[in-house]
Design a protein around this ligand. Structure first.
Ligand code: GLY
Length: 369
């Protein structure tokens, strides 16, 4: 399949829009293209030790001596301000100026940290995102969110810093283990559930090919994810209202993820959060279809948890919900569905206050006994 290009129009950006290039097996020929696109800039690559081990850094740079920073250990454990500061200082040591182009090659942590470092380096340099995981290709590389965790919560430091371009090579997904690969697919289920019932049907119908990592199906998935997310981001780039729908499943999801000490992957926690949202919809009388059953079935086929694991207490979850960064008067807002493929909007609001007793009842119901 030839490469497809989507243009994301972001009204808040001076440049107006950026391309998302989607294809398969082009990482090894991408570097000359980046040099052609940004001839005046000096590149700096941020990646992590997993990408080095998987050979993807070599595949991208093919023996060039571009300065780089390798996050090690990879993952959420390194997503703190000391790493951001180490990236900035590595750029300084390489004598890079405001003409730098930061290239983030990796998953969500690399993209979030690389984007944040680009945003703060000498008051901001452009960033190119090359996402290599299911979660990053579907979600985190698009839309300009950057973030670094504090010791108290996820993404406490962060800003919007839209990429100059996003390059999605679906072939890189073959380097992921099954757990990581499947957890990231939860973001595709999320996009389908909030915005596109036909895409949800596609996921159901192609589940075997998805699990087998069929090339054409992966490209289609990438395209649909980016199309859905780009439309939402274009409408509300800085999450004043509509963009909140992308947080479907994330309210309880983030709490469960933190409460598990990050033993649960982000996508696994969001799967639990989506089921919680479904139970809340039922408790609020918002249900007239079999969407909760369909979402649950699809998540189970992807091997995702649909109940809160043992060892996570209701008190801990409630405490984390009160600290949610989108909380208003110490209580978070929940994104709920009106039907499969359509998010519930009431009084022009896309995220809703839900009574604490309903939330507590859902936590009780979903806590494995
Ligand atoms: N991951 C949700 C968003 O980008 O808004």
């Amino acid at each position: 399949m030839a490469q497809q290009v989507l243009n994301v129009t972001v009204p808040a950006m001076a440049e107006g829009s950026y391309p998302i290039v989607i294809g398969s097996d082009f990482l090894q020929s991408l570097w000359p293209e980046i040099e052609r696109q940004w001839p005046q800039r000096r590149a700096f690559v941020v990646t992590d030790a997993n990408l080095v081990r998987a050979g993807l850094l070599d595949r991208l740079l093919a023996g060039t001596d571009v300065p780089r920073y390798v996050i090690d250990p990879p993952g959420e454990v390194s997503k703190h301000i000391h790493t951001a500061s180490a990236i900035v200082e590595a750029m300084e040591r390489a004598f890079l100026g405001r003409d730098t182009l930061l290239v983030a090659l990796g998953g969500g942590t690399v993209g979030d940290m690389g984007g944040f470092a680009a945003a703060i380096y000498k008051r901001g340099v452009p960033v190119v995102q090359i996402p290599t995981t299911t979660v990053a290709q579907a979600d985190s590389s698009i839309g300009g969110k950057t973030g670094v965790d504090s010791t108290l919560s996820k993404n406490a430091y962060g800003c919007f810093w839209h990429p100059a371009a996003v390059y999605i090579d679906t072939e890189t997904l073959r380097t992921l283990d099954e757990r990581q690969y499947c957890a990231g697919l939860v973001e595709s289920v999320k996009h389908a559930a909030i915005a596109d019932a036909a895409f949800f049907g596609y996921l159901e119908d192609h589940i075997d090919a998805i699990l087998a990592r069929d090339t054409d199906v992966l490209e289609h998935l990438a395209y649909e994810n980016c199309r859905i997310k780009a439309a939402v981001v274009a409408e509300d780039p800085t999450e004043k209202n509509k963009r909140r729908i992308l947080n479907y499943g994330h309210t309880l999801g983030h709490a469960v993820e933190s409460a598990s000490g990050f033993a649960l992957l982000h996508g696994q926690a969001v799967a639990i959060g989506m089921i919680a949202a479904g139970h809340l919809e039922q408790a609020m009388g918002l249900v007239g279809d079999d969407r909760l059953e369909r979402i649950c079935r699809l998540l189970e086929k992807l091997g995702q948890p649909t109940r809160i694991p043992p060892g996570i207490s209701k008190a801990t979850l409630i405490d984390l919900l009160k600290r949610d960064k989108k909380a208003v008067r110490q209580w978070p807002r929940f994104v709920l569905l009106e039907q499969l493929g359509r998010t519930w909007c009431k009084d022009n609001q896309w995220a809703h206050e839900v009574r604490p007793d309903l939330v507590e009842a859902v936590i009780d119901r979903m806590t494995a006994s």
